[in-house]
Design a protein around this ligand. Structure first.
Ligand code: BDR
Ligand code: CA
Length: 308
């Protein structure tokens, strides 16, 4: 199985990504790190512990990370994920599972160095923890097999501002550090593809484990209502689970390599992932951009894996 470390700001779709990862036989989830994002780092950590308990995966260590972005003020997404980040699901659960002692960026470094070239990082929140790890140890990229991050958008609008996607917008300086770090393989799963990865109520009915089905229904109910109000379709966008799925099955997306940077000094465009589609600047490519997705194969993989 592929050794993966998940970095999350557990949120509704992060939670579904965690479930997919821990249920997959193709992945060995060595640990999970949490970051300030959709909700506070403390809430993201608690939510992650709840999800691991639900999944019967208490053995997976959880490390708490950054409590704020590198430079910016905190910007949570309670409108999308609810006050607690899980859309009110599992609100009564007091998990026996607790986070480990130690700081997420240090754990990321230690884990990568333990197995040089064998670790895949799956990032589904703002990139603060990875940026902090890079600031401590700039050679980190040489020790990592791949980084897959959910964030940004190349063609199409943002989901926070007209041009910026949430994970990049919430900590654009961190995103830039990650893009400039020189990872041998850095794969972007942006809104270009995640907007097409939609969980419907019909999908939820196909989940066979009653506990998981109830959880997924509860956590996505308000999200689906809001999504319908905004987009006219009853669905939950599976941004973060798609990033996990690409670690399991890279063929789900088609990628192209480009050079990409993040805007950090603009009144209107902060957090925009600026992708040099026509190589105007003549720079070396630094990212593989997912451009198309087989949505149906993805949803099949998600449902089959949770039904296992
Ligand atoms: C991303 O932002 C968060 O709200 C989601 O969890 C996902 O990681 C989508 O823009
Ligand atoms: Ca997320």
């Amino acid at each position: 199985a592929k050794r993966v470390l998940l970095d999350v700001d557990t949120g509704i779709d992060d939670a579904l990504g965690i479930l997919l990862a821990v249920k997959s036989r193709q992945l060995d989830v060595v640990g999970i790190t949490t970051v300030c994002g959709n909700v506070s780092q403390q809430q993201a950590t608690l939510n992650t512990c709840k999800i691991l308990e639900l999944a019967g995966a208490r053995h997976i260590p959880v490390y708490a990370g950054a409590t704020a972005p590198l430079l910016r003020k905190k910007f949570h997404e309670h409108r999308v994920h609810g006050q607690d980040g899980l859309g009110g699901a599992l609100s009564d659960l007091i998990p026996a599972k607790k986070p480990e002692e130690g700081f997420a960026p240090d754990y990321i470094l230690a884990t990568a160095l333990m197995t040089p070239g064998e670790l895949t990082l799956i990032m589904t929140g703002p990139l603060t923890n990875l940026a902090l790890a890079l600031q401590k140890f700039p050679e980190l990229p040489q020790y990592v097999e791949e980084v897959i991050f959910m964030g940004g958008v190349v063609r199409g609008p943002g989901n926070v501002t007209p041009v910026a996607e949430y994970n990049i917008y919430a900590d654009p300086e961190a995103a830039r550090l990650v893009l400039e770090a020189g990872f041998p393989k850095l794969t972007q799963i942006g809104l270009d593809v995640t907007r097409k990865a939609l969980l419907t109520e019909d999908h939820i009915r196909q989940l066979t484990d009653p506990l998981l089905r109830q959880y997924v229904a509860d956590s996505t109910a308000a999200y689906i209502d809001r999504y319908e109000f905004v987009n006219g379709v009853r669905a939950c966008a599976m941004h973060d689970p798609l990033a996990v799925a690409v670690a399991i099955e890279p063929q789900l997306v088609e990628t192209q390599s480009y050079s990409m940077d993040v805007e950090t000094g603009s009144r209107l465009c902060d957090g925009q992932t600026v992708c040099d589609i026509q190589n105007r600047l003549g720079l070396q490519p630094n990212v593989l951009v997912a451009e198309t997705v087989d949505s149906q194969a993805f949803m099949n993989l998600f449902i089959e894996t949770l039904n296992r």
